[in-house]
Design a protein around this ligand. Structure first.
Ligand code: ZN
Length: 313
């Protein structure tokens, strides 16, 4: 046995080309499947990643939308239409009043309401006294201001508009220029001129009161009833939920010969008599000192006769 080699291990396999072939094929298959497996894993991860990105994008979009909604709600709370937030209790739907005035219906289900209205302000001479009297009597009014007069009075006039608003009165638009020839050439409405003129005052009010202020109430210089071609304005107001307000009583401080305070008060009472809903026209512009003097008596009349004081907004 000396020449016999001791074989500790397995008998050395004879290399079989057939087997090599199968092994190679198997190995390749394993590698192939392995690669494929890795590929599948890789694409699974990519998918998950993409899904996560999408989810994040969705969450971000939702966050932006919620933020936008919150901001809009915040802006809406700041928005003030005609009166400040604390004075809403005194305000009355101007559209209803407008409708009633148009149809000459001055009833109000047995409840008496009066709207004190002052046109053509603010003035630095008369408006302060009017505001003082309103405050002393704890009643509110509606001021139909003109942009031109606010500008004429400068900062003090601006401060009076703001004061009137802050004290719970309604601020409404009475045009910028008050110029009949520009607003109603040939006594017929020019809507473009009219809207441009009213927008100018709206801009002033936004600057003076608040960028969140707007009013849907206006009074046509000279009165809606005085001009031709007003149907296009009515259509515009209708579309924009706005109200044009004339009047059904007056102290006649801009009519006929100049009256003293007691004559003005008498005229106010006479024209208001028998009406449950009264919209009384007065003026707080320059030269209307007698109106300021007559106001306590006029307020007393409406109080004594059981009227509630409201503002137009
Ligand atoms: Zn006027």
């Amino acid at each position: 046995m000396a020449n016999q080699k001791i074989n500790f291990g397995k008998k050395k396999k004879k290399l079989n080309p057939k087997k090599i072939g199968i092994t190679v094929v198997a190995a390749l298959l394993v590698i192939f499947l392995g690669v494929k497996g890795v590929g599948a894993t890789t694409s699974y991860i990519a998918e998950k990643k993409e899904e996560k990105i999408l989810q994040e994008k969705r969450a971000e979009a939702e966050r932006i939308a919620a933020e936008k909604k919150r901001k809009e709600e915040e802006e809406a709370k700041k928005r003030m239409v005609g009166v400040n937030h604390d004075a809403k209790q005194y305000s009355y739907d101007a559209l209803k009043v407008s409708e009633k005035l148009k149809t000459y219906d001055y009833t109000n289900n047995g409840e008496k309401i009066v709207f004190l209205t002052f046109d053509d302000g603010s003035s630095t001479t008369v408006t302060p006294q009017i505001l003082d009297t309103l405050k002393q009597n704890n009643v509110k009014a509606t001021f139909f201001v003109t942009g031109q007069n606010i500008e004429r009075g400068g900062k003090p006039a601006e401060a009076l508009v703001k004061r009137a608003f802050d004290e719970g009165n309604a601020i409404a638009n009475h045009s910028y220029s008050h110029d009949y020839k520009y607003l109603y050439p040939g006594r017929t409405l020019n809507l473009d001129n009219f809207l441009a003129d009213f927008n100018k005052t709206d801009e002033i009010l936004k600057r003076v009161i608040s960028p969140y202020f707007s009013t849907r109430v206006l009074r046509c210089p000279g009165g809606h009833m005085s001009w031709k071609g007003m149907d296009t304005l009515d259509a515009y107001l209708n579309e924009n939920n706005m109200a044009s307000i004339d009047w059904n009583a007056l102290n006649a401080d801009a009519e006929g010969r100049k009256k003293n305070a007691s004559q003005l008060a008498e005229h106010a009472k006479k024209t208001a008599e028998g009406k449950e809903m009264v919209v009384i026209l007065m003026h707080d512009t320059y030269g209307k000192e007698e109106t300021a003097k007559a106001l306590p008596e006029i307020i007393k009349y409406f109080k004594d006769n059981g009227y509630e004081f409201k503002t137009l907004a």
